[in-house]
Design a protein around this ligand. Structure first.
Ligand code: ITT
Length: 198
């Protein structure tokens, strides 16, 4: 079965491909559909954006699609950067700009609790089939630690390992991460659609 990943973000593509490998899927991405109109992520929830992205992309491509939307929710900042995690430091900012801004907002704050959350939506043209969520509890470090990963990885320490995502191997992050948890829950829906088709 062909499955479209509704993203151009290379870091996300490689994580998702690794998590879904072994499922006999032919994985396509936005790079295979250069004319696909940009999906405007204008909802105020991760689920709203993931479902919109999956549905519009499935309709355009004609292919079953999964879309993920992810946010880092920091308790002391009332949930910021949250749904706006990609452009926290402004339009066209880099991953580094976002980390610098978050560390600076957190300066002197002792409550460093945070949650990484991913919502994954699976859609066919015209219909969202399933939406799942993965959450990892943790905290924002005082400075960057580790040099792997992307985005906020070097400043998010997962509670269950006591290390930042940027200190973990790809395999370890893909075993415990927010994205892996959401994808593991949606895999049965993809498999059952795949077997319906046979
Ligand atoms: P799309 O094109 O797929 O929407 P995006 O970069 O906008 O890609 P998201 O909205 O899902 O990605 O995620 C928002 C931001 O959160 C993203 O730009 C990263 O800075 C950060 N992020 C997402 N997943 C992450 C992860 O696993 N580890 C660290 N940071 C992550």
């Amino acid at each position: 079965m062909k499955l479209l990943l509704a993203t151009r973000n290379r870091d996300k593509i490689s994580e998702i491909e690794e998590i879904l490998c072994g499922l006999s899927l032919e994985i396509l991405t936005y790079n295979n559909f250069p004319d696909l109109p940009e999906v405007i992520e204008n909802k105020d929830t991760l689920a709203g954006n993931a479902e919109k992205k999956a549905l519009e992309s499935a309709e355009f491509s004609g292919i079953p699609t999964i879309a993920d939307d992810t946010g880092l929710f920091v308790e002391a900042l009332k949930g910021a950067p949250g749904v706006y995690s990609s452009r926290y430091a402004g339009e066209n900012c880099s991953y580094k700009d976002n980390r610098v801004k978050l560390l600076s907002e957190m300066k002197g704050i002792t409550n460093r609790k945070a949650q990484f959350k991913t919502v994954v939506a699976f859609a066919f043209p015209g219909k969202v089939i399933a939406t799942t969520e993965g959450i990892v509890e943790g905290e924002i470090t005082e400075q960057e630690i580790g040099d792997r990963g992307f985005g906020y990885d070097s400043i998010f320490r997962a509670q269950e390992t006591g290390r930042t995502y940027a200190e973990m191997s790809d395999k370890e992050k893909n075993t415990i991460s927010h994205r892996a948890r959401a994808l593991q829950k949606i895999i049965p829906k993809i498999i059952s659609h795949n077997s319906d088709k046979k």
